[in-house]
Design a protein. Structure first.
Length: 577
């Protein structure tokens, strides 16, 4: 490029010398001469005039060649992006993107802009991250046609209880202890600090032949049976195992959508539509990692079909991983089996410890219809109804008979923005054989004296509000669970068994209730750097059994306080339109 600049300068100097030389030459014989000059200058021979003409023609040819060379040098300078003194640039063509580099009408080098992509990512908030629309995430990667976005947050939680439960930062709603003078743990409070609720995951978005594809994976550190593994934990090193929360793929094309993997169960309430994304699921703002007492939810393997007849309606059908359940998980109490079946049915009905060995007959069949119209004032409104159909089956080896029964549940949920920023929320569930979906607080079935099965009726609700004002959210909820009694006579000894019978354990709950209030204060938030939040929660719990022995407490209660500091990763994943 330096060579081009040097040649142009030399040519300019050469041209100036030639022009100066030409101006000193005598005028041609075609030019008019003044009378005085004609008299004072003798006439030149014809041969000399012809020589002068030839010389002028040769000079004109050289000047034309120099002009052509200068023009070529100018083009080379523009193509080499070398600045050159020039007049003001001429206006660009209407579509400079279609002009080859170097042929734009300007002496200043201009690169054509990159054309806009056929489809732009549109950003929207989810549980862990909240990004303004159109603002790209600084952590987002693009490989081929796929966007890869890390999701999650770093979380530090402290919880205080006025009784000692011996559990982690989550509440076992159905098993916190009764207060007696003889129970030392109920006369001592406890405090725990933990990073277990921190989450890490990744979301992948792609457009595949006109279909929107989302892959989602999310993990936390709440692995194990509610507590970290044994060893030198809590003394020298708290080593919490990584746990899979969500792992699914979703494909949507036009009005149809298919999902497969471990996801939030279709019975889990939505905030909008029938979306599996955490930001569209209602599991409250509570810091309790077991969410709310009375909330119907599950994160279980599921295969789902969704039809979107319009922008405000969705219909879903799903088959979920089953588990015929007799209590024992999440603090819920187990049923009492008739003595003749205490061994043979022990490994056929899940008590929360059989993991994946329960012989389930058919998947749970789930359905949901959701509506999301706008209110006349433009505020959001979500309403949904859903249900589940379940089948239970066991084998009696003594009688060589199969026994089966059917059960299920229905749910009706609403999430309405009454005024700007203030939402009223209510989620309600009624089931006969669907206690598994209330965080396992109610058994699904009891075993009759002849080995057959009968379903247990259970009900639950979570109702409350969320009020967002600037960077502060205030929230409060009531959660309640009610479990019917189901009494069976054991034919081998004529004693009462089942659930809620006279003489049953005080762990067989009739009602569990929670009232909770909290706040979420966003201290700072930036699309490039993430967000820092302070979260506080207070909760009051009560638990009433079906039967209490004489001289023992008829119920129990517990107070809990959480304080949480959370850093959320910046950005949000795109959805392709």
């Amino acid at each position: 490029m330096t060579r081009f600049a040097f040649d142009a300068s030399r040519c300019c100097r050469l041209l100036a010398c030639v022009l100066a030389f030409v101006t000193t030459l005598p005028a041609s014989d075609n030019a008019p001469a003044s009378p005085s000059s004609a008299e004072s200058t003798p006439a030149k021979p014809a041969s000399e005039i012809d020589q002068l003409k030839a010389l002028l023609a040769e000079q004109q040819r050289q000047i034309n060649e120099l002009r052509t060379a200068l023009a070529e040098q100018g083009k080379l300078i523009e193509r080499g992006n070398q600045p050159a003194p020039a007049p003001a640039p001429a206006p660009l063509p209407a579509n400079p993107a279609r002009q080859p580099i170097g042929e734009i009408a300007s002496t200043t080098p201009v690169l054509p802009p990159i054309p806009e992509p056929a489809s732009k990512p549109v950003f929207y908030p989810n549980e862990a991250q909240d990004q303004p629309k159109g603002e790209p995430s600084p952590l987002q990667l693009k490989i081929g046609d796929a966007y890869i976005t890390p999701v999650g947050f770093m979380d530090f939680t402290a919880v205080f209880r006025d009784v000692t439960t011996g559990s982690n930062i989550g509440t076992s709603f159905g098993s916190f202890p009764y207060r007696t003078a003889a129970n030392a743990l109920t006369n001592l409070s406890e405090i725990r600090e933990s990073p277990q609720n921190s989450r890490i995951g990744v979301r992948v978005d792609a457009d595949v032949k006109g279909a929107k594809v989302i892959g989602y994976m999310e993990s936390d550190f709440l692995g194990g049976v509610g507590n970290p593994p044994v060893g030198n934990v809590a003394v020298s090193s708290d080593s919490y195992p990584l746990r899979l929360r969500l792992y699914w793929a979703d494909v949507r094309k036009d009005k149809w959508e298919i999902l497969g993997g471990q996801t939030w169960s279709l019975l889990t309430p939505n905030r909008s539509g029938i979306s599996p994304l955490p930001g569209d699921i209602f599991f409250s703002q509570a810091m309790d990692v077991n969410y709310l007492n009375g909330l119907t939810w599950g994160r279980i393997p599921e295969f789902r079909f969704v039809y979107h007849p319009s922008d405000i309606a969705a219909v879903a059908f799903a088959v979920g991983n089953p588990e015929q359940y007799i209590g024992g998980s999440g603090g819920g109490s187990t049923i009492t089996l008739p003595s003749a079946y205490s061994t043979s049915y022990a490994n056929q009905l899940s008590n929360g410890t059989l993991t994946l060995s329960t012989p389930n007959f058919v998947p749970d069949i789930l359905g949901k219809i959701a509506f999301d119209p706008k209110l006349p004032n433009g505020n959001a409104f979500h309403f949904e109804v859903g249900g589940v159909v379940r089948t239970f089956k066991v084998y009696d080896p003594a009688a060589k008979l199969h026994h089966s029964t059917e059960g299920g549940g229905v749910t009706a949920n609403m999430n309405i923005e009454l005024v700007k920023g203030f939402r009223f929320i209510t989620n309600n569930y009624y089931s006969s054989g669907g206690g598994r979906y209330i965080f396992g607080q109610a058994p699904d079935v009891v075993v009759n004296g002849d080995g057959s099965l009968s379903t247990i009726t259970s009900k639950s609700t979570t109702t409350g509000f969320e009020w967002l004002k600037n960077k502060t959210m205030l929230w409060g909820y009531y959660g309640g669970v009610y479990i019917d009694r189901s009494v069976v006579i054991d034919p081998s000894n004529n004693k009462l068994v089942g659930y809620g019978y006279t003489g049953s354990s005080n762990s067989q709950n009739r009602a569990i209730q929670e009232a909770t209030l909290g706040f979420t204060q966003t201290m700072w938030k930036d699309p490039k750097y993430g967000a820092l939040s302070l979260i506080g929660q207070y909760a009051y719990f009560t638990r009433d059994p079906w039967y209490v022995a004489s001289g023992t407490p008829k119920d129990t209660h517990m107070n809990e306080v959480w304080l949480d500091l959370r850093y959320t990763l910046p950005g949000s994943a795109p959805t392709i339109k």
